[in-house]
Design a protein around this ligand. Structure first.
Ligand code: HEC
Ligand code: HEC
Length: 330
């Protein structure tokens, strides 16, 4: 190679490359950079030796560690299936009560229940199961269709007004106002009557006028005292829990329109074991009728304050509220 040109200013040789009068100096690479570079090469060679690296015609070099994500996953899945398999078999054979009483089995059922609930039920009943307008709260111990383990299992299996031959809810609340079964005045009076039933201040004259209408039109489902009827899914009208809202407009609207909730049947979608797990999950987390407290449970958030226990007013109390001889007033 011919003598290289030297840069006048720095005295460093140039590479001979030149762009628009700017020449490239031939400075050596910094030493630290070179060491990092050699280090990387050494690490790469080491990596090829111990880890899977080079593709070949029939596979790849496995490396001395023979590490493989796929085999790790298979190992984990097998371990999980061993645990789950045992749980699933027990779910199949054990009764609902046995599942709930056995701490290990309960914990397993609650885990399965929680995950299935999140994917399938939370859309309607809310993530914590607290419900919303038209969708019952599943974490209180107030039930439309019954809150024992078998009641809940049955509700889940057949659904509500779902079209399943055994579905709950073959009776529906009529649209009393819309279908002109009673007059708008009667609907207004009944609204006051329902407000009085839940032990709140109501227009006494209206309550008195509605007494006979309630007995004629409503008591067949909601009972003479408004305590409801689980066989028909007719809510207790005397408690603090409301499916469609506790305010006068919500009550009037329900008497007028007679909305009736629908829940699909889950029989076609889930195995009986999953339905059992769900029933236990709902039962335990609602503090369900006769249920032991969840100990190891991934529990739902605590029930909201104000979910007062439903105690029925005495017949005397209702008579008093609805007595026509009482002076009118709010
Ligand atoms: C499409 C909306 C919807 C989905 C999804 C749904 N539900 Fe329901 N569920 C309802 C409605 C509406 C009712 C109330 C029916 C009525 O008015 O009687 C209900 C009622 C219930 C009841 C009876 C409550 C009582 O007071 O007796 C239980 C228990 C229940 N659902 C559990 C579940 C579980 C568990 C799942 C998931 C597998 C689920 N629901 C999914 C809409 C739904
Ligand atoms: C054939 C049975 C039936 C009759 C008769 C009936 N109801 Fe109902 N009622 C129901 C059912 C079932 C529900 C719950 C609907 C649902 O689950 O979606 C309900 C719900 C209600 C609710 C809403 C309660 C809540 O928690 O939000 C009110 C209020 C009510 N009824 C008042 C009346 C009044 C007043 C009458 C008489 C005019 C009456 N019902 C007659 C079956 C009946």
């Amino acid at each position: 190679m011919a003598d290289r040109e030297r840069d006048d200013h720095s005295g460093v040789e140039t590479t001979g490359h030149e762009w628009d009068g700017i020449k490239e100096l031939d400075n050596p690479l910094p030493r630290w950079w070179l060491w990092v570079f050699y280090g990387c090469i050494a690490v790469a060679i080491g990596y090829w030796v111990i880890m899977p690296a080079w593709p070949g015609l029939t596979g790849y070099t496995r490396g001395t560690l023979a590490q493989s994500d796929r085999s790790d996953l298979t190992k984990e899945l097998t371990a999980l299936q061993t645990v789950r398999g045992a749980g699933a078999v027990k779910l199949k054979t054990a009764s609902l009560e046995q599942i709930e009483k056995d701490p290990d089995l309960q914990a397993y059922a609650l885990q399965v229940g929680q995950s299935v609930f999140g994917d399938n039920c939370a859309t309607c009943h809310g993530a914590g199961g607290a419900g919303g307008k038209g969708y019952p709260n599943l974490r209180d111990d107030v039930w439309l269709w019954g809150g024992t383990l078998t009641d809940i299992q049955h509700t889940l299996t057949v659904g509500v007004r779902s079209g399943h031959p055994g579905a709950r809810g073959e009776t529906v609340m009529p649209a009393f106002g819309r279908d002109q079964l009673i007059t708008a005045d009667q609907v207004a009076d009944l609204t006051e009557y329902v407000v009085a039933l839940s032990r709140r201040k109501a227009d006494r004259a209206a309550v008195a006028r509605a007494t006979q209408t309630f007995a004629d039109q409503c008591s067949s489902c909601h009972g003479p005292l408004g305590l409801g009827d689980r066989a028909k899914g007719a809510p207790n009208l005397t408690d603090a829990e409301w499916l469609f809202g506790s305010d006068r407009e919500s009550i009037r609207s329900q008497i007028w329109n007679g909305r009736n909730g629908v829940m699909p049947t889950w029989e076609a979608r889930f195995s009986p074991e999953i339905i059992k797990a769900l029933a236990v999950y709902v039962h335990v987390n609602s503090g369900g009728e006769g249920a032991p407290a969840a100990t190891t449970a991934p529990a739902l958030a605590p029930a909201p304050a104000g979910a007062a226990p439903a105690t029925a007013p005495t017949p005397e109390k209702v008579a008093q509220l609805t007595a026509p001889s009482r002076p009118a007033g709010r």
